[in-house]
Design a protein. Sequence first.
Lengths: 229, 202
Amino acid sequence: MSEQEQISQLSALFDGELPRDQAELVIRRALKDPALRAAWSRYSLIGACVRGEPLAAALPQVDLAARVRTRLASEPELSAAGKADADNAAASANRTSLWRRGALGGAIAASVALVSLVIVKSMMPGTGAPAELTAQQVAPQPAAVATVPPQATPAPLLVARESAPPSYTTPVDDSPGRRSAPLFNYVAAHNDVAVSAVRLAPLSSVMGGGFDLTQDAVEMSAAEVGARR
Amino acid sequence: MSVDTGDLGLVQRVQKGDKTAFDLLVRKYQHKVVKLVTRYLRDPSEAEDVAQEAFIKAYRAIPQFRGDSAFYTWLYRIAINTAKNAIVSRDRNPVEFDLDMQNVEESNSMQLRLADSETPESLLQTEEIRTTVNQAIEALPEDLRTAIVLRELEGLSYEDIAQAMDCPVGTVRSRIFRAREAIDRRLSEVFEGGLGRTEELG
């Protein structure tokens, strides 16, 4: 094959217009022949001129391709690097999976604690149905609910305690005749359960500020219970 | 869009560990990538550094390239992400002027590269290349000029150019090759030894 024909094929290869079998042959030739690689660079430069692209990368004093070659010389063999990338991706996926499992476990634990609390509460004398209680205590304080960080929303228990501690621990009718020792005992016991649930829930560690808010609410509730006693 | 057999063949060789094949991809796309990152980074020297980094990242990631898109589309995304990361990194770590001795050498090297890419000599050289190529294209016979412009400026495939020029694909291939050869000859007249001086152009 003449040199002219080789260059002609290189031009078509540059444009991605050479049939695959011929492309393989020309690539092999170009990889061995510095003159063909230089022609390849000139084609790139001509195209860049036509399109008005920056040309400095091809100037000898910049020579971007040479800089990349120098960097690549210190790169590990690609097969090993590719394997490392794949391993990293797998490790990252495992870490994500573990985190998700932890988060799911925390959410389940919080849900179970909430359901248990509601059941216990509904069995106590002098208290209304859970749904009524929630509506009665949370609805009057919409602004306070809005101040809770979004992360805390999966745990309604935290919202209710932070937003309306007085009404949560005190019946609406505050007359002495309506006070109930079992209810206060329940509230005190509930405080312990609630704090334990928050401390044990894996999600509590990633809910910034959520724990502190709950802690404040529990302290307020305890103080209030003590005052009422 | 038809598959670019040249790029695909080179990528497959790189995936088998042939670094020289990647060098051809760098030579082919370096100008496009520099232009792309210059949209994000105004400083030419910084753009060249980021372009270099983008190529390195592409090389490391190339085992994952499966040919679902064109190589340049894939490289384009890497270059844009590298440029954006460079901006974030720069904003997070603004240049400090109280350099310690450990940084002085690196700083000097950076300034040298800055000077290299922005000297009047460089500007003159690039301007001379541009003028020569433009004049060479103007001097081409119309059929060659149309073919090379449709290919390089409009990015048309040989088949599309053949339809536009109402001629066989083989003729288009020949016209584009002859146009490139004619332009290269003009460049060679301007620069002693030719623009494609093998080692200097990398």
